[in-house]
Design a protein around this ligand. Sequence first.
Ligand code: MTE
Length: 322
Amino acid sequence: MLIRTPAPHEPLPSEITPRRVYLNRRTALAGLGLVAASPLALSQAAPGGGKLPKLPGARSAVPGAMVMEKVTSYADATSYNNFYEFGTDKADPAQHAHTLKTRPWTVSIEGECAKPGRFDIEALLKLAPMEERVYRLRCVEGWSMVIPWEGYSLAELLKKAEPTSKAKYVEFTTLADKAQMPGVRSGVLDWPYVEGLRIDEAMHPLALLSFGMYGEVLPNQNGAPLRLVLPWKYGFKSAKSIVKIRFVEKEPMSSWTKAAQQEYGFYSNVNPNVSHPRWSQATERRIGEDGLFAKKRPTLMFNGYEAQVGQLYAGMDLKKFY
Ligand code: MTE
């Protein structure tokens, strides 16, 4: 309500037509038997695109890490994206992110910690055993996907830096380079894209530092070479293409909160009972199930991860801390 700039929830006119055309084409092809009409087996990972280097991960043993639901197709997960550094249309990242250079890449770790430093991406890839986790991702706009990710718990990296007792929060800053990212020339957000977590959220084993998906390295449009995946929070908390991690004492101001405080809170936990000021969050559209007669799914508290993360928010008024 406050801003009229395109926000992650607002379908742009330019987005609507291609999506509808795309869906109609899918429906038509399904009718002809040219696309799989029946779902893949439960929790079976859809094959990757086969163009990127392989990045296998061992099945995760972290409780809640393996959702037993049909996995979204690789084609959908890599062509319907939010990555505003490459444009605000859903198709923009797949089209433009080839200009992103993912090597060399370093992540600096700063702030309230005993061992700050710079980590090279090659060292990060070897820092902990690579796991595969199948997570739901629920976007604040009202759609969701189920994606097999490769990575390890963010805590594995954070603990190497030995955060001090003053490290109450963690701030994540992502790359903002006009030369590589055409969207950064626009004023749609105050760049760089910044996100934040409370330290106990960041240390939760489900908070994933991801380097791959579908058994391959991350495609650029999905946040290469490394990103967060926070399955119990709205998708915009899962910052892509991270370059800096900072331990801080005060709650960081994230880019979307800065853009529209009433609409995007610091916590942004998936919550069907707390509506966005302009629409309900009670249901969602699962990408790939959105044919003409597909029903919306009920959105689950904490996106279905309440058993694992609910304790982090015990006693908090989730309407106030949205
Ligand atoms: N990270 C950066 N740097 N820039 C972005 O625009 N978009 C966020 C999040 N991370 C975004 C970002 C939003 S709104 C969502 S829903 C997810 O990335 C989308 O991730 P996906 O495209 O891999 O599904």
